[in-house]
Design a protein. Structure first.
Length: 199
C-alpha cells in the first residue's frame, strides 16, 4: 500500500499529502492542481487505474481500487476528513485484531463475526488481552494508518562549470509511521493547507 501511494505521488498529479489505512488511500491535491482541468470523472478513472495497476504488479495478483473525489469547501472540512479516516483506522485495527485472534483460535468467519457483535471498545480490548495482546502497545501505524508527504533534504551536488561540490536541496517522499492523534493530528494536517479557499 505504501509503494502504491508513492506511485500516485509520482504519476503526474500535484499531491501534498497521502494517507493509507486498511485497504484505503486518501490523497490531498495541491490547491493549484489542475491536471485534466480537474475533471472528476477523468481523475477518478486515472487514479483508480494507476492504483490498481501498481498494487497488482507489486502483489503478483489482481487488486482493484475504486475512486471518489471529495471536493471539500474549506480547510476545516479537509482536516475533519483526515481526522475521520484516522478514527476509522483505529476502529478497523481493533476489529481486525479481534477477528483474526478468534479465527486463528479455530473459529469460523461466521463464528468470529458473531462473537464480536455488540462488543464495546473495552470488551474488544479485553478480548485481545486474553490472547496476550495489549492494543495500546501495537505499533502506531497499525492503529492510526500511515501518512506520506514530500520533505526536503540536503544533498551534495557537483557544479560542472565551477568544478565545485555544492549543497543542493532535493525532495523525497517521507513515510510517517507515527502520526499524531486528535488535535495534534488536526494541526499536522493543517500545515499542508497553506492557502485558504476551496479544495
Amino acid at each position: 500500500m505504501l509503494a502504491t501511494v508513492e506511485h500516485l505521488f509520482n504519476c503526474g498529479l500535484d499531491i501534498t499529502y497521502g494517507y493509507t489505512q486498511s485497504d484505503e488511500i486518501s490523497l490531498l491535491f495541491a490547491q493549484q492542481e489542475n491536471t485534466f482541468n480537474r475533471k472528476v470523472r477523468k481523475l477518478n478513472s486515472v487514479l483508480a487505474g494507476e492504483a490498481s495497476a501498481k498494487f497488482s504488479l507489486l502483489l503478483g495478483a489482481i487488486g482493484c481500487f475504486d475512486c471518489r473525489i471529495s471536493q471539500l469547501p474549506n480547510i476545516e472540512e479537509v482536516v475533519n476528513y483526515f481526522r475521520w479516516r484516522s478514527q476509522d483506522a483505529h476502529r478497523n485495527a481493533l476489529n481486525a485484531h479481534c477477528y483474526w485472534c478468534l479465527r486463528l483460535d479455530g473459529k469460523s468467519a461466521t463464528e468470529a463475526t458473531s462473537m464480536m457483535k455488540g462488543l464495546s471498545v473495552a470488551d474488544k480490548n479485553e478480548l485481545l488481552f486474553e490472547y496476550g495482546i495489549n492494543f495500546n502497545h501495537l505499533p502506531n501505524w497499525q492503529k492510526r494508518g500511515v501518512g506520506l508527504y514530500w520533505e526536503e533534504y540536503k544533498k551534495q551536488g557537483f557544479n560542472p562549470i565551477s568544478g565545485e561540490t555544492i549543497p543542493t536541496l532535493r525532495r523525497r517522499i517521507r513515510q510517517d509511521l507515527d502520526l499524531p492523534m486528535k488535535d495534534k493530528y488536526s494541526k499536522f494536517i493543517a500545515k499542508f493547507l497553506n492557502n485558504p479557499g476551496d479544495f
